[in-house]
Design a protein around this ligand. Structure first.
Ligand code: FES
Length: 337
């Protein structure tokens, strides 16, 4: 057995092999080398998306893998997030994973938005520019640091203007006990290099012109902000109302920017909503939950589409209200986190 820093190799196809540190999961060992397997659970063994064929070196199958993969195990499939590197491995990567590549970028600026939310602005280095569809996310690679001896990757929606292909902005909320968010908030410095996956995900604007209701909570504003840039850039005549909810007005960030879209998108309306108003505070937005504000604003949403991003509780409540107002479920698009 080797020491904790012992390195092995993973054969990933053809002549290519990449180094892998003892104890890393196969998922993070590959991500350390810019090879990002799909995941929707951050490596917790819940989504099954990181499956791949392992031809040698995987070790015993875990109960989690049996539960997620069933019969696929007999065909050689394993979950990359459940395999810990303990020797050389040979894998058969899913089609397209090697070709997808990754993004190297430099943290150019960081803006404090609220007590626990910040905007991180990255300038791309390799490739120097990239296209993305507003609504997509990237997986940011968090290297080992004093808060975590092993690397992790986490998904963050892109908040930036797609017309700036050399920039990616991420809005990140500090999660209690979050490994990657602690790294970003405490260790990541201006000028530092990071790498991340290419943009991924299916959350996006439909190609209809139906009026839309956007509902955002917390850092869930990010993909909807990118969609607003898209609508402004393409001069689409598509009425959009953005409901942005938070506990207090100090939790509602970028309000000026959000208001300014009324000059750029025909039929745009911004509705800030707070649960509480401070004593003596002047507040001319809505008070209550975003769902209360939606119910006050509409009687019939049967011709609208809904785009929701925020905490699961908010999304579930919003879906209930939107469908109650007649919005067909197949026209409600959402991204829970
Ligand atoms: S990353 Fe979700 S199961 Fe492995």
């Amino acid at each position: 057995m080797g020491g904790p820093s012992r390195e092995y190799f993973i054969k990933v196809g053809g002549d290519r092999q990449v180094p892998a540190k003892l104890g890393y999961t196969l998922l993070t060992a590959l991500a350390s080398e810019g090879i990002f397997l799909p995941t929707a659970c951050g490596g917790r063994g819940a989504c099954g998306l990181c499956r791949l064929k392992v031809l040698a070196g995987a070790g015993p199958v875990t109960e989690t893998e049996v539960a997620r993969l069933g019969d696929l195990i007999g065909a050689g499939y394993r979950l990359a997030c459940q395999i810990h590197v303990d020797g050389d491995l040979v894998v058969d990567l899913p089609a397209g994973v090697l070709q997808a590549g990754s993004i190297k970028a430099r943290l150019a600026a960081m803006e404090v938005l609220t007590a626990d939310i910040r905007l991180f602005r990255f300038e791309l280095e390799e490739p120097p520019s990239i296209g993305f569809t507003p609504g997509q996310y990237v997986r940011l690679f968090c290297p080992p640091y004093p808060g975590s001896p092993v690397p992790v990757t986490r998904e963050y929606s892109i908040a930036s203007d797609p017309a700036q292909p050399n920039i990616l902005e991420l809005i990140i909320r500090r999660a209690p006990g979050g490994i990657c968010t602690r790294y970003c908030f405490e260790y990541l410095k201006i000028g530092q290099k990071v790498f991340m996956s290419r943009p991924e995900g299916q959350f996006r604007l439909s190609d209809t012109c139906a009026p839309a209701v956007f509902v955002a909570g917390g850092s869930g504003l990010a993909p909807l902000l990118a969609m607003l840039y898209q609508l402004a850039n393409t001069h689409q005549r598509r009425p959009v109302t953005l409901f942005f909810g938070a506990r207090t007005s100090s939790d509602l960030y970028l309000r000026e920017r959000l208001s300014s879209f009324d000059r750029l998108i025909q039929g745009y309306r911004f509705v800030p909503v707070v649960a509480q108003v401070g004593q003596g505070e002047h507040w001319d937005g809505e008070i209550g939950l975003v769902t209360d504000a939606i119910q006050r604003a509409y009687k019939d949403l049967s011709g609208h589409e809904g785009y929701l991003c925020g905490p699961p509780g908010m999304i579930d409540a919003a879906i209930k209200v939107l469908t109650g107002l007649g919005m067909p479920t197949e026209r409600i698009y959402y991204d829970k986190f």
